[in-house]
Ligand binder design. Structure first.
Ligand code: GLN
Length: 179
């Protein structure tokens, strides 16, 4: 469910093959996982139907969650990323908007597309904030987990996907594999 095709296209532009994961055993063959934006309630239901929950919890490689995908990774859902998230938290009037995001490390701002976006309301101690909107975190990294409240797959800017691919390569290297 959600905009998995756009993520696959963004990864394709970076020369990486994306496969669609629907069954738990498919997770064994992928070096990293993207949980797309869409509807977190629908994705949660599908995770149950396809019995993916255990496999997701025990998956040991990087996961990138955008928007609904970020909600899935938060403390109240899979509990993999140490963040508290509130759904649809930018209000009705501005439920969808675009804004330039400040990169904490500096550099060209990222252009963020927000669609009925979740808001990060609590950030665990070990979580790194990578980008902000009006002083609030919108792109974060918690170890192997990269989460964004916006949709980097909807702009031509591939920097966030590149960062995720760096995390995937690092992890593969650290676990003695090759990519
Ligand atoms: N509003 C959606 C949810 O709560 C997320 C929106 C999105 O992924 N673009 O799941």
């Amino acid at each position: 469910q959600g905009d998995f095709r756009e993520h696959a296209a963004a990864l394709g532009r970076l020369g990486v093959e994306a496969v669609e994961v629907r069954k738990p055993e498919q997770l064994e063959d992928v070096d990293g996982l993207v949980i797309p934006g869409g509807e977190s309630t629908a994705i949660t239901r599908l995770i149950r139907i396809y019995e993916l929950e255990e496999a997701l919890r025990s998956y040991e490689r990087p996961i990138f969650g955008t928007c609904a995908g970020m909600i899935l990774l938060d403390r109240d859902h899979l509990g993999l990323a140490d963040v508290g998230v509130e759904r649809n938290a930018y209000g009705r009037q501005v439920s969808s908007f675009e804004a330039d995001l400040r990169l904490v490390e500096g550099g060209e701002p990222l252009h963020g597309v927000f669609i009925r976006a979740p808001r990060v309301t609590a950030v665990g101690e070990d979580v790194e904030v990578l980008a902000e909107l009006d002083g609030e975190p919108v792109l974060l990294r918690d170890g192997r987990y990269l989460i964004a409240s916006f949709h980097p797959e909807l702009t031509g800017d591939t920097r966030v996907h590149e960062l995720f691919l760096d995390m995937v390569r690092e992890e593969a290297m650290a676990s003695g594999g090759t990519l």
